[in-house]
Ligand binder design. Structure first.
Ligand SMILES: Cc1cc2nc3c(=O)[nH]c(=O)nc-3n(C[C@H](O)[C@H](O)[C@H](O)COP(=O)(O)OP(=O)(O)OC[C@H]3O[C@@H](n4cnc5c(N)ncnc54)[C@H](O)[C@@H]3O)c2cc1C
Length: 458
């Protein structure tokens, strides 16, 4: 496919948010999408397709108390209309919403892969271009335009654009940015996302004077068994310990780190803040035979997660009493006597978890989940799917500069935006789609308003 030399809009990243922004803008702009990987879809094509959000602002405030309410209100207001638009594409969208996503969210199951291809095809039908294997390396401001450099087929190419959308999916894949912005997390954390999202959007934004927003120390992911023989995208769901909210999580000193009942995505972040990032989820037979077998929401993967982990080589123990379980875990380096005190009601937080100010203390009530022997212990480690901090934007996805004013022609969407989720997780696909719509529409307004200079790049 030929590479255009000048376009109205370059979208960097062909995942959920980028494809949406591009297909919306292509109604009236010349749009080029550049995708680093050899196929479109980003993490969205690996996802479960649950298009969900907090049901109300009150629920958002409760579950994401440090989040950006201004962004949340804008995203929630657009949600029903965006669901209707996905449904209108002809792709499967469940008739009824599921009301327990992550235990509290409201969302519709969607057939996400066909929908991503639908957006790509719609973009092309509207005259847009998508280049895969085209990783952007640099975005420069030149005379009011943007000069976008990218690598393709071993060569460096460039395109001039009036506006640019950063849709690169977060910085989880960059060890350097994790070390800078997530210093509490060890360098060997498992990355549970597409391999292309390495913080390029954040770097480009920084180089153009963007401000940052949100808690860069927060991220979404799930607990994963440890050790495991292999780690590939097809296994992400199979390994995820969604049921840990029905377990207790102990670390080497035999103590718990936080209140497990809030959800695996929070426990995952808590364990990442413990030096060494290893712990054991302990649960009973009734949890193993129910929550550990069931799918976390409809149209998902239902399997025996403990069996899958054991077959992959994860350290585990099964015992008929707390004493025998403690004997087994002592063999794995866990403090036996303290573990027994913990299982009998001691809720003192682990001294290894000293950096977890934001996580609520362990609750004695959670121990009621441990009532039916045998008892199981499974070693776990954290993983990172996307980062929650990122670029500062307004509600039309315009990137804000250090002075708080929008940087003309520059947008950020999806996981390149900071602050909507903040320790608490407020959804991935729906915020990406909705911010993509906002950026696509505003880019049309920007380019047609004449705000974008018409001069060629010097
Ligand atoms: C296993 C898994 C399950 C999930 N399940 C759900 C779910 O059910 N519901 C939900 O709401 N969320 C879910 N998510 C999260 C959801 O997929 C993401 O939040 C969403 O895809 C984010 O959209 P995005 O456009 O920001 O990033 P992505 O969809 O990840 O797209 C980013 C794209 O940018 C590309 N890119 C990066 N850098 C460059 C560059 N320099 N040049 C060109 N291209 C670049 C990447 O290669 C990638 O293709 C899941 C994620 C995973 C991994």
């Amino acid at each position: 496919m030929n590479e255009p030399e000048q376009v109205d809009l370059v979208v960097i990243g062909a995942g959920m948010s980028g494809l949406r922004a591009a297909s919306v803008a292509a109604r009236s702009l010349r749009v080029l999408v550049l995708e680093k990987l050899d196929e479109v879809g980003g993490s969205a094509r690996l996802s479960a397709g649950m298009f969900w959000l907090p049901p109300t602002m009150a629920a958002y405030d409760e579950h994401v108390p440090h989040g950006d309410r201004r962004l949340a209100a804008a995203v929630l207001a657009a949600y029903d209309d965006e669901v209707a638009q996905i449904r209108a594409s002809g792709v499967f969208v469940a008739e009824e919403p599921h009301r327990q996503v992550m235990g509290w969210g409201r969302g519709y199951s969607t057939d996400i892969r066909p929908y991503l291809l639908h957006m790509r095809d719609q973009l092309i039908a509207r005259g847009g271009t998508v280049l895969t294997d085209a990783g952007v390396t640099e975005v420069e401001r030149r005379g009011g335009h943007f000069l976008v450099r990218f690598e393709r087929g071993g060569a460096v190419a460039q395109v001039v654009a009036s506006a640019v959308v950063l849709a690169t999916g977060g910085f989880q894949g960059s060890a350097a940015l994790r070390a800078e912005l997530l210093p509490q997390v060890g360098p060997d954390i498992l990355v549970r996302s597409n391999p292309g999202s390495r913080g390029d959007g954040l770097r480009f934004g920084r180089s153009l004077g963007a401000a940052e927003a949100g808690d860069t120390g927060s991220f979404y992911g799930h607990l994963i068994p440890h050790p495991i023989a292999s780690w590939s995208p097809e296994q992400f769901f199979h390994y995820s310990i969604y049921f840990s909210s029905h377990a207790v999580l102990v670390v080497a000193d035999g103590r718990r780190v936080s209140d497990e009942s809030r959800g695996d995505e929070l426990l995952n972040q808590d364990l990442a803040g413990v030096p060494g990032m290893r712990g054991f989820v302990i649960f009973d037979e009734s949890v193993r035979s129910s929550h550990a077998l069931s799918e976390p929401f409809p149209n998902f993967v239902s399997l025996d997660r403990l069996r899958y982990a054991m077959d992959a080589g994860a350290r585990h123990a099964v015992a008929p009493t707390f004493e025998e379980l403690a004997d087994r875990l002592a063999g794995f380096g866990v403090d036996r006597e303290q573990l027994l005190r913990t299982l009998r009601g001691d809720t003192t937080r682990s001294f290894l978890a000293s950096r977890l100010e934001r996580a609520p203390l362990p609750e004695a009530g959670q121990l009621a989940e441990l009532r039916t022997p045998p008892y199981y212990a499974l070693e776990v480690q954290p993983s990172i799917t996307f980062t929650m901090g990122g670029l500062a934007v307004d509600t039309t996805a315009r990137v804000l500069g250090g002075d708080g004013a929008p940087i003309p022609g520059l947008y950020a969407i999806g996981c390149d935006i900071g602050g909507l989720s903040s320790y608490g997780y407020a959804g991935g696909l729906a915020p990406a789609h909705i911010t993509g719509t906002a950026a696509g529409r505003d880019a049309v307004r920007y380019v047609h308003s004449g705000s974008a200079p018409g001069a060629a790049v010097g």
